[in-house]
Write a protein that binds this ligand. Sequence first.
Ligand SMILES: *Cc1c(COP(=O)(O)O)cnc(C)c1O
Length: 492
Amino acid sequence: MTGSSPYLLNDRNAARYRRDVLAGVDRVASRLSTQDRPFTGITADRLAPEVAAIDLERPLGDPAAALDELERVYLRDAVYFHHPRYLAHLNCPVVIPALLGEAVLSAVNSSLDTWDQSAGGTLIERRLIDWTAERIGLGPAADGVFTSGGTQSNLQAMLLARDETCRLMEKDGLPRADILPRLCVLASECAHFSVVKAAALLGLGEDAVIAVPSDADRRMRDDALARELGRCRRRGLVPMAVVATAGTTDFGSIDPLPQIAEVCQRTGVWLHVDAAYGCGLLVSRRRHLLAGIERADSVTVDYHKSFFQPVSSSAVLVRDRATLRHVTYHADYLNPARSTAERIPNQVDKSIQTTRRFDALKLWLTLRIMGPDAVGELFDAVVDRAEEAWHLLDADPRFEVVSRPQLSTLVFRYVPGESVAPGLIDRANLHARAALSASGEAVIAGTVVDGRHHLKFTLLNPDTSVSDVADVLDLVAGHARDYLGGSLAQAS
Ligand SMILES: *Cc1c(COP(=O)(O)O)cnc(C)c1O
């Protein structure tokens, strides 16, 4: 045994590295050119036996054979977000400069926890955090860190809000054990479920999140917020954070940030802005829609949603870097306390992760190759498209549309011309979505609004045209019609 392997990436195996990785790139590139629909419609029941039949104890030894196999169990039936008729969730087509970043970062494999594992990577991440904080307008004391996604960013923000609230109250002599059970969070009823999850993970209980009513456009009502805050205080609760959403997942609605910031300032409550979806506005000609975000204490951004970055690429930003101390722990082997005195920039001091990918490199190369305006133009294009699609839906008697989009989601429902029981309309809409996915011709989402099943488009692909949207609407109406035709025939 020499101990050397032809598979380890090192100076001797650079040729294999180049060849094998390019073979993978080549497969994906050929797949793209033949992909005429976003999905094949495969079911888990049909695909699972193929995956189960593979013997993991018997390697193929050959990248080409492994890629052939991968075609069968993954590439052929994957859901392709770059396809103009993928309209379902907040998944974007990705920009090529970011894929270049992905290839570099996973090969060099820096870990961003400490300077001694990343060097320049640490500085690049810091520059991007500063750049983002500046775009938001958080001021000179701002800081933050890249995270795995909006869920983690929201969790970290809630952790900081909790511990900052406790710290301030402990100064007044209250023991932490007395404070914790009284803590609550206020978020609109349209906020992302990760806020409730964060409260649960932080030991506050799911009930600690109080849902603030929103208006007809699905934006948090600031008068309702002020009223709920008053109610909390009267009940002896301690509001530790208000979560405003800049781009709700279902509706793309943006809570009235200036008014909410005003209420938070008046009452001294931490303001967290969840801009996981709306962060693309930071580089768009619609930047004004985020007015007020600069008053936040913490902000969530998901570059992997509206900056066209591959998963994962996200960050949590804070107005006051001192608040990050609540996630600072020292380990002798990694980031001893003296490293702070020596001013060694260890990002682990600001993160709830330890080993952490250099995801920032994707955004870095995106900005260095395309620039922020080009990213903003992509996001503006999908918001423009959503506006056009809304006009289409609004004028179409086959559909009811819930609200006019501020970003790029459309929530609507097929309604037949004749009068039909609402439950049956629900089932027709559910059927239409499932039938569409089974055909693979388009992939769309669904949600429940006021107790009724609705359909949802999330537009994040600038290549999706209005005629794509019109075609998908025809397909939806066709499937719903067929279903109702069948059910009504059966009933009579
Ligand atoms: C998507 C989303 C999240 C969760 O982000 P992940 O990156 O999926 O973890 C949080 N908040 C909002 C508003 C979102 O749209």
